[in-house]
Design a protein around this ligand. Sequence first.
Ligand code: FPP
Length: 252
Amino acid sequence: MKDLEERLKELDPARLPKHVAIIMDGNGRWARMRARERSDGHAEGVNSVNRITRFSSDIGIKYLTLYAFSTENWNRPQAEVDMLMSLIGWTIRKETPDLVANNVKIHILGETDRLPEEVRKSLLDGVEATAHCTGLNLLLCLSYSSRWELTRAARELARKAALGEINPEEIDENTLAGCLSTGGIPDPDLLIRTGGEERISNFLLWQIAYSELYFTPVLWPDFDNAAYLEALIDYQQRERRFGKTSDQVKAK
Ligand code: FPP
């Protein structure tokens, strides 16, 4: 592979994805391959989180969404859940000053009521400390699943309709999108999944309707700037047609 600086020149800054979403997979396998504990894989995964956040911010990505803990992840062994919760809380506390320094704004998506009190506190402190930041928006999905989010949106709309606040006939795509955790945020242009598996796992099902999908065998702890750059360059080689023909897109 060419060296990073050379490869970076191949990236067209005018055609960067505005929003990149990532399913960070492969921490456990990374640890197993080294005969280490799964917790070591998660701890190493945090280095990737920091690295990819920094790189996204440096190259001018506006939104980075990370699937850090799914609703289904609550079903993992309690020790692993506890470990992940403290790791997430600890990381946010530790990284917040750096995020502020780099003008990165934290957003939290998910059923935060289910998170342990001290983790929720670290996250809320992070959100508050970075509220004024105007650079990269870092969206952390925690206790998140798309079906949870869509069900919550349906409940909210039904409640409003029952109260007569909205007319069911007037509910359109924008109304529903506005009830999601990502309301007001552009849909992901690029969805990356590391770790070799090719599925969506209940992540942003509504929002990725027209996202470009990129699957890589690289395990999340090994996902470095070079691997990320490959995904971004691959994205820039794709033709996004949004249902139109290739000729229509080219004529634009
Ligand atoms: C998937 O790998 C990874 C997770 C379920 C956890 C990801 C969380 C982090 C990297 C910490 C994030 C921290 C912050 C602050 C955002 P896996 O355990 O499913 O790996 P496997 O498929 O190889 O077993």
